[in-house]
Write a protein that binds this ligand. Sequence first.
Ligand code: B16
Ligand code: MG
Length: 212
Amino acid sequence: MIKAVIFDLDGVLTDTAVYHYQSWKAIASNFNYDLSEHDNEKLKGVSRADSLRFIIEWASASVSSDQIPALLKEKNDHYLRLINDLSQSDILPGVLDFLNLLEANQCKKAVGSSSKNAPFILEKLGLAHRFAAVIDGNGVKNTKPDPEVFLNAAEKLEVNPVNCLVVEDAPSGIQAAKAAGMKVIGVGLDLQGADLCVSTLTGLTWDQIQNI
Ligand code: B16
Ligand code: MG
């Protein structure tokens, strides 16, 4: 029985992936590396610091450890400029109806995101008040694919992990949810390991959720 749903943020509640991509592309160009969309897929759900590590490795760049904080700040400043105009109109299709469906069935709701900008983005979207718990990149030691973010959310909601359903768009997040012992809906194509794959949350029913 599903008693709680834990939502990933970027790629599930809103599509900020394109802004992460543009910001990382600018950072990668410092290393003369042309970051492809294929590369960017591998960064979805991955923390800011780990994403930078991947890009440095792909670019075979030599970057000293004291340059890292400035690069992370440059990336985030760029990203924050791009998401400054985010609003309720940027909530992905089906999300509001799905939240209403869960509320009508007394199902608990949380956010489990790798993003340190999650509280800011939820405010911009006007969704912050819809979740009983928000666990994000500020509150975990180990980010996805580690299960910590989802286990913390389940603990905060006081729901056993086996009664939790995660909604994710990234392979790292699906791995994290499975490692937490939870069911997963994958939003997007080719999401291996998800119990159910959908292109959007539109039209999902309470029965479907319970029979995942
Ligand atoms: P930030 P999610 C993840 O959010 C993004 O998918 C990933 O691309 C990003 O690098 C990560 O958050 C960290 O984000 O730089 O804002 O702290 O998909 O787990 O909600
Ligand atoms: Mg995501």
